[in-house]
Design a protein around this ligand. Structure first.
Ligand SMILES: *[C@@H]1O[C@H](CO)[C@@H](O)[C@H](O)[C@H]1NC(C)=O
Ligand SMILES: *[C@@H]1O[C@H](CO)[C@@H](O)[C@H](O)[C@H]1NC(C)=O
Ligand SMILES: *[C@@H]1O[C@H](CO)[C@@H](O)[C@H](O)[C@H]1NC(C)=O
Ligand SMILES: *[C@@H]1O[C@H](CO)[C@@H](O)[C@H](O)[C@H]1NC(C)=O
Ligand SMILES: *[C@@H]1O[C@H](CO)[C@@H](O)[C@H](O)[C@H]1NC(C)=O
Ligand SMILES: *[C@@H]1O[C@H](CO)[C@@H](O)[C@H](O)[C@H]1NC(C)=O
Ligand SMILES: *[C@@H]1O[C@H](CO)[C@@H](O)[C@H](O)[C@H]1NC(C)=O
Ligand SMILES: *[C@@H]1O[C@H](CO)[C@@H](O)[C@H](O)[C@H]1NC(C)=O
Ligand SMILES: *[C@@H]1O[C@H](CO)[C@@H](O)[C@H](O)[C@H]1NC(C)=O
Ligand SMILES: *[C@@H]1O[C@H](CO)[C@@H](O)[C@H](O)[C@H]1NC(C)=O
Ligand SMILES: *[C@@H]1O[C@H](CO)[C@@H](O)[C@H](O)[C@H]1NC(C)=O
Ligand SMILES: *[C@@H]1O[C@H](CO)[C@@H](O)[C@H](O)[C@H]1NC(C)=O
Length: 769
């Protein structure tokens, strides 16, 4: 038993005794934490969670009793599970015990007129999109400018090819005369740099030689209580130095307004007012500034909270009051202290108990409400993510809501279909917009469905697709097969027609000169070379790669039905599912190779050793034929990268070619990767949702779990399997010989494939590998 198992075991034992509560603990916490939580007469046990979304789902299902959620997560829960669980306490800063963790306010010169519209043509001083101290989401950071400049509306603007960031910054540039709005305007560096150079006036007020990476204004002497390196204090100084502009505003946290005027610039108090969301002004005064609660705020933020399952909320709340009297960290070295450190970390933290448990919606709605995505206006239409299962749809809806809460644009909508091929078809037909597909379908997506990649995934080395050719050792010996040429008229096994292994062989064959490099009918070129083959799907309209008069049934002679037909043992089948075609898919190809009639298989070597064992096959029966046309020195499946026919990413995100939303989707994916991918350090994540990880234990939803990030679909990507993949595709698409590609709107082909897909949808389950 590993360490983790040991303490999990301990947790299970603990759960058997009465009066213990299961507390959500992040899987990033060490095992020592859980052991420490369980010691002595502990009344809690660890319920390890991959993410806090998992915790919320477990609470709602009664599989955990309580856990902690961040500020933005309480807002997410109030949309996704408004009444499922109960807030029992908030986690506050002991130095600021008010009801909200921050208040975003607008400070203007006292002679300001005409409300929000009065800001037009004025100076805008902003703490910055890279300011981390306040944990402001993009939605918070943009709230004032959205209301004042109406960045959510783009009348008479051609949206084609535009990104959400571009539309927003363009509107701001037309509204404010100049600004300092530091930090990243887009998660996409190219887009960010282009906007910074196109709209320099939005950085002009950052100080001398503005680069927009922060303020360079002279902050004068430091004063205790108002840090001169704080972005909010700097934004207020920006406002003060622009007080003579026709209009000016600083959008900052109330806490820092108080610091700035009380400690640093009390003489300026009479010259400034708060601009309220309704357009009214409240003059600043010593009295106003002595109050820790602002007279009016654009946004007030609920504190992070302890949330319990509804069933146990009363009991957990009563227990917590006894474990942590006064909501203060116990000074003893006990499990109660460890629990406090896990749930309410930090120096100045204070837990404020609710009088009674309340729903998450009730908890947030008295402080901040965010209208749901579907009733929020924005310039760009929602992009439609195609999902293929209820679980994927659930994960998509969480991502959609989380992105909306944070203010990531454009909005996402989630569209459920049955299979990846349904999604490819509906994406082609503008019924959905994008999805991640296995790279196995990459060539098909391009040729048959006219789609294009918007991102490739990145994989760990061990998870990328590794395509190799294996010749049966007996064929090597009896037929003297040492080179690709020797495979002519032999029998070959492929996981699927047009799949990654299939097209990798086409490339290797063309590179080695054994397949014509001017023949672009990839059914004919392979079908005429081998004496027989199993390439499931070869005769199916849904897999057609080109308009061809070649009879592709020769590509299925080696496939065998899963349930043999008595009396016709050699009868072949060409379906592309495990239920009916025994040799379909990667594992099927291995089984196919072990058929006495076959000689060579092209397949993905990832995870095949387990399948070899289950098929009772001995890897010494196979020998790799390398891409450089030499046989591997020894038999077996462990081959070096140089021998592979392809070493490429295992998935990519595809959308329509030349779609007007292509760029907006591209930068949306950059944002999703930034906020919900592995790039974001977990501790600083505003919402702990992991798009590349399982949701509530369900694997491979929307993205395979093997995904570690996204990368650009170019041959200069820094990720080797991505470069290799683009080179493979480039090779295949460079062929412009005899076979015309399937035209974009050949409706008879499509309706045919729709019928086939409908039928197949009932008969089969598509299996991705
Ligand atoms: C803070 O919240 C509590 C409980 O909801 C309420 O009674 C109190 O009036 C609030 N305080 C302020 C200053 O809004
Ligand atoms: C603004 O103008 C007034 C007089 O109109 C002047 O006294 C003051 O110094 C100016 N302030 C700044 C920051 O330029
Ligand atoms: C406010 O006063 C300053 C200087 O006193 C002036 O430059 C500015 O135009 C005035 N703003 C408005 C909106 O009247
Ligand atoms: C600041 O306020 C004082 C007193 O109300 C006023 O005399 C002065 O002109 C104001 N300065 C600016 C720059 O508005
Ligand atoms: C939520 O608030 C409503 C209206 O104030 C109240 O009727 C309801 O009981 C509350 N529910 C919970 C679970 O807090
Ligand atoms: C695709 O569908 C959307 C939503 O129905 C529509 O607004 C858009 O114009 C369509 N695009 C094309 C190119 O037809
Ligand atoms: C196998 O082929 C090689 C070269 O193609 C040839 O030199 C060798 O004699 C052949 N061996 C047999 C047993 O046919
Ligand atoms: C293709 O060939 C197979 C076997 O030779 C034959 O049964 C089938 O009718 C042919 N299909 C077409 C469309 O010619
Ligand atoms: C199946 O194929 C094998 C080898 O090609 C052959 O010997 C056998 O007679 C065939 N069986 C049937 C039922 O056609
Ligand atoms: C595979 O075959 C080799 C040589 O024939 C033998 O040494 C080895 O033990 C076999 N492995 C398994 C797992 O059967
Ligand atoms: C071919 O590739 C294999 C695998 O990388 C390597 O071991 C072998 O030396 C290469 N042979 C030639 C002739 O380049
Ligand atoms: C940024 O977005 C553009 C499209 O707007 C895209 O071409 C580019 O690949 C994206 N990524 C990076 C890193 O620039």
């Amino acid at each position: 038993m590993g360490f983790k198992e040991v303490f999990l075991f301990a947790c299970v034992l603990g759960a058997a005794s009465a009066q213990t509560y299961r507390v959500c603990v992040s899987s990033l916490q060490t095992g020592a934490t859980c052991s420490s939580l369980s010691r002595d007469d502990s009344q809690v046990t660890c319920a390890i969670q991959e993410s806090r979304i998992d915790c919320a789902l477990r609470l709602a299902a009664g599989q955990a009793d309580f856990g902690v959620f961040s500020e933005e997560e309480t807002l997410l829960l109030s949309q996704m599970q408004p009444n499922d669980n109960r807030v029992i306490a908030s986690i506050r800063d002991a130095t600021r015990l008010d009801n909200s963790s921050f208040e975003a306010v607008a400070v203007v010169p006292s002679n300001h007129t005409n409300g929000l519209e009065g800001l037009r043509g004025g100076v805008y001083c902003h703490p910055g999109f890279d300011s981390t101290e306040q944990r402001w989401s993009p939605r918070v950071l943009r709230n004032l400018e959205e209301l004042a400049a109406r960045t959510d509306r783009c009348p008479n603007v051609d949206l084609a090819g535009r990104t959400a960031e571009e539309l927003e910054v363009e509107t701001l540039n037309g509204f404010f005369s100049s600004a300092c709005r530091p930090g990243r305007w887009s998660r996409n560096e190219t887009v960010d740099a282009a906007l910074k150079s196109r709209y320099p006036s939005l950085c002009a007020r950052c100080g001398p030689n503005p680069t927009c990476s922060g303020y360079t204004i002279d902050m004068g002497v430091a004063v205790a209580g108002a840090s001169i390196t704080n972005r909010h204090i700097q934004a207020l100084e920006c406002l003060r130095t622009n007080v003579n502009a026709s209009a000016a505003v600083a959008y900052v946290a109330w806490q820092h307004v108080r610091e700035y005027f009380n400690f640093r610039n009390p003489q300026d108090i009479p010259n400034f007012s708060l601009l309220c969301p309704d357009g009214s002004l409240v003059a600043l005064s010593a009295a106003v500034l002595s109050n820790s609660v602002s007279p009016c705020a654009f946004i007030r933020q609920p504190w992070g909270a302890l949330v319990a399952s509804t069933a146990n909320a009363d009991a957990v709340l009563a227990s917590l009051r006894t474990w942590w009297p006064g909501g203060i960290k116990p000074t003893t070295n006990t499990w109660q202290t460890t629990l406090y450190e896990v749930l309410a970390p930090g120096e100045n933290t204070r837990v404020v108990f609710q009088d009674a448990p309340i729903s998450v919606l009730n908890y947030t709605s008295s402080i901040r409400t965010i209208s749901p995505a579907e009733s929020t206006s924005s310039c760009l239409p929602a992009v439609r993510w195609c999902t293929i299962s209820t679980l994927e749809q659930t994960k998509c809806n969480w991502i959609r809501a989380a992105a909306h809460i944070l203010g990531i644009q454009p909005t996402i909508s989630c569209q459920q279909r049955n299979t990846p091929l349904d999604c490819l078809m509906d994406t082609r037909d503008n019924q959905t917009d994008f999805l991640a597909i296995p790279s196995n379908y990459g060539y098909l997506a391009r040729q048959h469905f006219q789609l294009t990649p918007v991102k490739l995934v990145q994989n760990e080395r061990a998870d990328a697709s590794r395509i190799a050719a294996f010749v049966k050792e007996s064929s090597v010996l009896t037929s003297n097969i040492t080179r690709f040429e020797n495979l002519r008229d032999k029998v070959a096994c492929f996981p699927e027609y047009g799949g990654l292994a299939y097209v990798s062989f086409v490339r290797a064959g063309q590179e080695r000169g054994i397949l014509s490099s001017t023949e672009c009918d990839y059914a004919r070129i392979v079908g005429e070379f081998f004496g027989g083959a199993c390439a499931p799907g070869a005769i199916d309209a849904s897999h057609a790669l080109s308009q061809s008069d070649f009879n592709a049934s020769v590509l299925c002679t080696a496939c065998r039905p899963t349930v043999p037909i008595v009396g016709s043992e050699n009868a072949s089948v060409c379906t592309y599912n495990y239920n009916t075609n025994m040799y379909f898919g990667n594992n099927g190809s291995l089984a196919c190779l072990s058929d006495p009639n076959s000689d060579v298989a092209f397949l993905n070597t990832r995870n095949i050793s387990a399948y070899l064992t289950s098929l009772n096959l001995n890897e010494t029966n196979f020998r790799a034929l390398c891409r450089n046309n030499t046989l591997a020195a020894s038999t077996g499946i462990n081959i070096d990268d140089g021998c592979l026919l392809a070493y490429v990413v295992d998935a990519e995100v595809v959308t329509r070619r030349n779609d007007p939303l292509y760029n907006a989707l591209n930068t949306l994916l950059d944002s999703l990767g930034g906020y919900f991918g592995y790039l974001s350090e977990n501790r600083n994540q505003l919402i702990n949702l992991e798009i590349f990880s399982p949701l509530n234990g369900a694997k491979d939803l929307l993205f395979k779990d093997s995904t570690i990030g996204l990368t650009e679909p170019t041959t200069v990507s820094p990720h080797e399997p991505a470069r290799n993949y683009m080179e493979l595709i480039r090779h295949l698409q460079a062929c412009t010989g005899t076979a015309p590609p399937i035209p974009g709107l050949a409706s008879h082909v499509f309706s045919h494939s729709i019928v086939i897909l409908l039928i197949m949808g009932f008969m089969t389950r598509f299996v991705i590998y």
